[in-house]
Design a protein around this ligand. Structure first.
Ligand SMILES: [Zn+2]
Ligand SMILES: [Zn+2]
Length: 283
């Protein structure tokens, strides 16, 4: 079965330029099956036996065959996407610029830079890194610095949104959330939530405060008091990045509470493990 391919075998199957060309040619058919001869013409390998050998190395994991011809599998499509996304951009970099978002701690305008496929948010007044997060270099291409930050905000929002609903944003596999004390250095918290995919083992990190901002009850608490949580970036909310509003009530099992004070009212989101189990007030 296709699932039985080891990583070494998968890389071996792709370790030839012509095989990657075959995948790209199949991708260009937009899901329609391609016959052996049509495919060979597109890839331009004149020796039929050699072409057949390369094609066979891609089956069944990356290419499938039925009575209509050859098609990409989901894994084959992912290879084509990854090759396309990584093609131009290995050392994309943006020099530090002033971005129109505020330090959650002191309110100063943040400075942002991008290198090594990481976006870094620095507060000049607190003189510290507020956020340091991975962002693929394809997200930087053909965008102005401000557009890069907006793209990053949407990218992060939707990754966490999908993960918390149990779907891996990378491969659509099932993900499970758990609490971990292995906290990224720029997050000032005792513990965070990590969603890990059971298929591709990709991980999506977020904080209890970050998770709470997705909850409709937390959102309506703010909306009813004139605050739309969509106005602003998540890193501007102290609940997302700092530990100041998060209380760990117990560690075995993990129970924690995130507070959102607004005027003289407070909304509290209570977690058991990585699950948000209650919001108070509950109106
Ligand atoms: Zn600051
Ligand atoms: Zn996955």
């Amino acid at each position: 079965m296709a699932d039985d391919l080891t990583p070494a075998e998968a890389f071996g199957a792709l370790a030839d330029e012509r095989r990657v060309e075959i995948l790209r040619a199949l991708d260009a058919t937009a899901g329609r099956a391609s016959s052996f001869s049509a495919l060979r013409t597109r890839v331009d390998v004149s020796d039929s036996g050699q072409f057949n050998y390369h094609l066979s190395r891609l089956r069944p994991h990356f290419v499938e065959r039925d009575e209509d011809g050859y098609r990409l599998t989901a894994a084959g499509r992912q290879v084509v996407r990854a090759v396309a996304a990584g093609r131009f951009t290995a050392d994309a970099r943006i020099e530090e610029f002033e971005h129109d978002s505020r330090c959650y701690c002191c309110g100063a305008t943040l400075r942002v830079s991008y290198r090594d496929e990481r976006l870094r948010f620095h507060c000049p007044d607190c003189d510290r890194e507020v956020l340091n997060a991975g962002f693929p270099s394809s997200g930087v291409r053909e965008r102005s610095p401000a557009e890069v930050v907006d793209a990053f905000a949407r990218f992060s929002y939707h990754r966490v949104s999908q993960a918390r609903e149990g779907v891996c944003p990378d491969c659509s596999g099932p993900v499970a959330g758990r609490v971990t004390e292995n906290v990224p250095s720029t997050i000032d918290k005792p513990a965070v939530v990590v969603f890990t995919c059971g298929v591709c083992e990709g991980a999506v990190w977020t904080s209890f405060g970050g998770l709470a901002t997705y909850d409709p009850r937390v959102r309506s608490f703010h909306r009813d008091r004139g605050i739309d949580l969509d106005d602003g970036y998540y890193w501007e909310f102290a609940q997302c990045l700092s530990g100041d509003f998060t209380t760990v009530n117990s560690t075995d099992p993990w129970r924690s509470t995130v507070a959102f004070p607004l005027g003289d009212e407070i909304c509290r989101a209570r977690f058991e493990g990585s699950d948000l189990v209650a919001v108070e007030p509950s109106d």
